[in-house]
Design a binder for this molecule. Structure first.
Ligand code: NI
Length: 381
């Protein structure tokens, strides 16, 4: 046996040494790669150097990073309707348009370009052109002769701003014609009218005077008042006076939408019908207020609009004497005289009424209801 036996490690130790070496190398590689991966990259955005984490994309930079901004949304007149509402900014990475998901690499040069402004789109709509009213003639009686017809206008506007660009009338409106007239010449008649009731005490006191003097009156009642004093409303009917509509709740019809005008007219008539059994088509609009809208509803609802030509001004409470002289001095053949039985203390009106009747009688006047007054107008000659 030779002595130069080389001490050799056992075979197994050689294998284990190699594996350990490989692991160390792999660990070093892995650490190096990890360090490289976690090391922030440096990119230039609009000339400013910025550090971004590895794996960052163009989207990661965010809108606040860029110098440029999105365009605006402009109205048709050039004013800005929505700031930054236009095209978004354009981002170039190393001179090429970049998509948001592109990965950033160290040394990348990112440049932003401002977005373009956008102009709003246009919208064309048909708009109704209201008609006006022509009043013809004079007198206490009033009738719509020609119904008004609205016209049509084409309007082009900015879809967002609503700014009008152009407007063309397609169809001209046709004005309504309302005729005012006197009853037939030579008929010395007047109508006493009482508004805003029925009102306990006031209405009853007026009814007492009219009964004593054998004079008919016309009572323009409010639906809400008829509901509160139905017995008084029934007494008006029972004593032969004309009951007429002063709407449901005394709204100024010229300020209301057609739907509410209809509700006010129908509501007043319905309350009168319910509590007195009388169907009336005679309407006195509160404050005498009528416009194109309310005339149109009145026509559809088939009501006769009644106003007045002599205002007693009893609502200003000037004293019984003044109320009486306001009426007597201004009354003409065919006059419709405005007074109030409701809406507050009407003791001055009650006190003035006998004087009014006495003095008008002395001038040769007869008293009729509003309905009778219109009939006088229509009577054949
Ligand atoms: Ni009134």
């Amino acid at each position: 046996m030779s002595n130069d036996v080389i001490d050799r490690p056992p075979r197994s130790r050689v294998v284990w040494g190699t594996v350990a070496g490989a692991i160390v190398i792999l660990l070093v590689l892995a650490l190096t790669a990890g360090w490289a991966a976690s090391r922030p990259s440096t990119v230039t955005v609009d000339g400013v150097s910025r550090e971004v984490s590895n794996g960052a994309t163009v989207r990661t930079l965010g809108p606040g990073t860029y110098r440029s901004s999105a365009g605006d949304m402009l109205a048709v007149d050039g004013t800005v309707t929505r700031v930054r509402g236009g095209q978004p900014i354009q981002v170039l990475r190393n001179g090429h348009p970049a998509t948001p998901d592109e990965l950033l690499h160290s040394g990348d040069v990112i440049v932003s370009r401002p977005g373009a402004d956008l102009r709003e789109s246009l919208e064309t709509t048909e708009v109704s052109v209201p008609f006006a009213i022509s009043y013809l003639g004079k007198g206490s009686l009033i009738e719509e002769r020609v119904p008004g017809v609205p016209g049509v206008r084409l309007v082009t506007r900015g879809a967002l701003s609503g700014v009008e660009v152009s407007s063309t009338v397609l169809i001209q409106p046709n004005d309504a014609v309302v005729q005012r007239f006197h009853p037939r010449a030579g008929t010395k008649v007047v109508a006493l009218t009482f508004d805003d009731g029925p009102w306990p005490k006031s209405t009853e006191a007026i009814l007492d005077v009219l009964k004593r003097e054998q004079v008919p009156g016309t009572f323009f009642m409010l639906g809400v008042r008829v509901k509160k004093a139905p017995a008084v409303a029934r007494r008006v009917v029972a004593e032969g006076h004309q009951v007429a509509n002063h709407t449901l709740g005394h709204r100024l019809l010229t300020k209301e939408k057609p739907k509410e005008i209809k509700h006010q007219i129908r509501g007043g008539a319905a309350a009168i019908k319910k509590y007195t059994g009388v169907s009336t088509r005679w309407l006195r609009p509160p404050y005498g207020g009528m416009n194109a809208k309310s005339w149109k509803v009145a026509r559809v609802e088939k009501v006769h609009v009644v106003i007045w030509d002599v205002d007693s001004k009893d609502w200003t409470k000037p004293g019984a004497q003044k109320i009486a002289s306001n009426v007597v001095r201004h009354a003409k053949p065919g006059s419709i005289i405005l007074m109030h039985d409701g809406g507050g203390d009407r003791s001055q009106t009650v006190k003035a009424l006998p004087t009014i009747i006495k003095k008008l009688r002395a001038k040769g006047y007869l008293f009729v209801t509003v309905e009778e007054l219109y009939a006088v107008k229509r009577a054949p000659k």
